[in-house]
Design a protein around this ligand. Structure first.
Ligand SMILES: [Zn+2]
Length: 291
């Protein structure tokens, strides 16, 4: 009998000792992210300490991407889900609504830079990561939420976030200099995704063919874009979409062509993707709009 009581006591002691240690172990924490630029920002904060899953490959459009069962499972098992917004990828949005797990979702659109009525045109464009100022704001928010889940390593996450923010601030300034005096040059883009980029780099407001969720435009809109093509210097297609419609719009006009990659499909995923995709976007714009 004494042996039995001793055994129960021993098991109790083991449970008491092992319990909190398991909870604080960051190796067991899982984070899920929707698109590669967000995945890149999160990995800059957590480094190798936490596993970060990427749901939508950067070669595919997030607007019509449908999750596979393995991706749904990753989302279900995640301790934290970091996304642009629930509307950005409808497949993720619908699943999160059905889960009712909103307490572990970091909806980054809630932390975008607030604009006054002068910049109301920015409100309908959710491709907010293309403004580095927003990315810096998001890094702060990501650091805060991750530190709440894994308080033990808060100092490390704070240090990583600060380093990432300092780096962005540095290249944002030098990239802005590369695009000076181009604010009057008109251009056409495949879909309504570049308002924040144009705002951050002092370019003219873009003329999109397709809508912000990449839906095809109607006949009236196409006619309007053809009239704009007449005064434009450049037409940009995208890595993630067929360029047929851009070719149709440009036909008969002396338009230069460029291919944008707002999700970083040409560079390795991970911490450096965000900076590399922004550098490549600036280069594509500069090559097409200047000269
Ligand atoms: Zn888009």
């Amino acid at each position: 009998m004494h042996t039995l009581i001793f055994c129960i006591f021993l098991i109790f002691c083991i449970l008491m000792l092992s319990g909190p240690r398991v909870l604080a172990d960051s190796q067991t924490i899982r984070i899920s992210t929707d698109i590669a630029p967000i995945h890149s920002l999160v990995t800059q904060v957590v480094g190798d300490r936490i596993k970060v899953d990427l749901i939508i490959p950067p070669s595919q459009s997030p607007h019509d991407f449908a999750m596979k069962p393995s991706q749904i499972r990753a989302l279900d098992e995640a301790d934290l889900i970091v996304i642009v917004s629930k509307g950005f990828n409808p497949s993720i949005g619908r699943h999160l609504n059905s889960l009712d797990k909103s307490d572990n979702v970091l909806n980054l659109a809630d932390y975008a830079i607030k604009h006054n009525s002068e910049h109301a045109h920015l409100l309908h464009d959710e491709h907010t990561w293309l403004n580095p100022e927003t990315a810096m704001l998001w890094l702060e928010e990501i650091k805060e939420v991750v530190s709440t889940i894994d308080e033990t390593h808060r100092t490390e996450y704070e240090r990583n976030a600060k380093k990432a923010i300092d780096h962005i601030r540095e290249w944002h300034k030098s990239l802005q200099e590369q695009l000076t005096d181009l604010d009057k040059v008109q251009y056409i883009v495949y879909h309504d995704a570049y308002r924040h980029f144009a705002h951050a780099f002092n370019l003219a407001i873009p003329h999109p063919i397709a809508l912000s969720d990449a839906r095809a435009p109607g006949a009236a809109k196409l006619k309007h874009i053809r009239s704009i093509a007449r005064q434009s210097k450049c037409a940009f297609s995208e890595k993630q979409h067929d360029d047929a419609i851009v070719t149709t719009i440009s036909a008969g006009f002396e338009l230069k062509r460029g291919i944008l990659d707002p999700l970083g499909s040409d560079v390795p995923t991970g911490p450096t993707l965000y900076s590399e995709l922004m550098h490549s976007m600036v280069k594509t714009f500069k090559d097409c709009l200047s000269g």
